[in-house]
Write a protein that binds this ligand. Structure first.
Ligand SMILES: [Cu+2]
Length: 351
């Protein structure tokens, strides 16, 4: 009997060790799975390249005079692009800085209404839980109360959450209404068309030409001082400080045109034309990405919006072979030679 017990005890011990081994294996597998994406990301962007990117970003590309042909604007670090966790942990976890009035309002609502409310409620509930555990555990409170109703507290826990919701609803409805504001009549229309897997920007007010925008290769993006996987070869160039009527549609599947720093996100649906206003934005480069899973290269169709002063924007339009309304008379009077001179560069760019 004794030996049996020992044997049984031994076996159960062995079984336990086996279980522990299995648990350890599972744990290490889970850890490996956790760190695998990080390792992969490291492969993608090794420390050296990151440093290169940082140093390239720090050097600003020399500015060309306004009269010169269009050269893509160098982005300002931290403006219109996400912040890396290692650069600024806190900033990387919240919204990007906003460059539209609606965006600023929404960010304010997040920072000054929603976050404080959520924090206070969470702390209050945590406090109640701790109080209950300490005050009403079996040792501290051996004979529990048999109370089932308390009118006063029931009224409070009904009215208080309702009041909080009403208070949140006011700025929330305001924001919703602002986001649906119709573009003014004089807004400039730009049509963003989603393709698998790149963007096209059509300028119906300026002759209807279309710019095809693909993601830049890593070497090119880093050489140009742009964030890799957000940089594109041809940007969506828009006039600064002018209301924009952004129309979105798609040619194949549903995409979504989204630029976080402009508080803009709208689905691009084949066969439909969605429209949304971007109020006047300051000069600069603003990055975004397709935000509707649209296939295998969904992650590789970034968006780059470049806002230029109106005269530079119009010069860009002419350079692309578009028309500038109101400047048609000037165009006829202008010597043909200028247009001819610029054509070869355009062909080279198109290639
Ligand atoms: Cu897409």
């Amino acid at each position: 009997m004794g030996s049996e017990t020992t044997l049984f005890g031994h076996m159960s011990m062995g079984h336990k060790i086996g279980q522990m081994k299995v648990t350890l294996l599972t744990l290490s597998a889970a850890l490996a799975a956790l760190f695998a994406p990080a390792a992969f990301a490291q492969d993608e962007a090794p420390a050296e390249t990151e440093n290169l990117q940082a140093s390239v970003m720090a050097e600003s590309v020399p500015e060309t005079p306004a009269a010169a042909a269009y050269t893509p604007m160098a982005p300002t670090e931290g403006k219109g692009m996400p912040t890396a966790f290692q650069d600024d942990a806190l900033k990387s976890m919240t919204f990007q800085d906003q460059y539209t009035e609606t965006g600023a309002y929404a960010l304010g609502m997040h920072d000054y209404v929603l976050m404080p409310t959520i924090t206070l409620i969470s702390l209050f509930v945590l406090g109640l839980l701790i109080f209950t555990v300490v005050r009403f555990n079996q040792r501290a409170n051996p004979t529990p109360s048999k109370t089932t109703h308390n009118t006063a507290i029931e009224v409070i826990w009904t009215i208080a959450p309702a009041a909080i919701l009403v208070l949140i609803a006011i700025p929330s409805m305001t924001l919703l209404a602002r986001q649906y504001e119709t573009p003014p009549e004089d807004a400039i229309t730009i049509k963003a068309i989603g393709y698998q897997w790149y963007w096209g920007y059509e300028y119906p007010d300026h002759g209807g030409f279309e710019v095809v925008s693909n993601m830049k290769k890593k070497v090119d993006a880093l050489a140009d001082g742009e964030p890799y996987q957000l940089a594109v070869d041809n940007r969506m160039v828009v006039p600064a400080d002018t209301p924009l009527r952004i129309q979105t549609t798609a040619a194949d599947v549903i995409h979504a045109f989204a630029v976080p720093s402009l508080w803009f996100k709208q689905d691009a649906v084949p066969g439909r034309l969605n429209e949304k206003l971007i109020e006047g934005i300051p000069e600069g480069v603003y990055y975004g990405q397709c935000s509707e899973l649209c296939g295998s290269k969904h992650g590789y169709m970034p968006i780059a919006v470049e806002a230029l002063p109106m005269d530079e924007f119009e010069a860009w339009i002419l350079e692309q072979g578009g028309e500038v309304p109101g400047a048609e008379v000037a165009e006829v009077e202008a010597p043909e030679s200028e247009a001819e001179e610029e054509e070869p560069t355009e062909v080279a760019l198109a290639d």
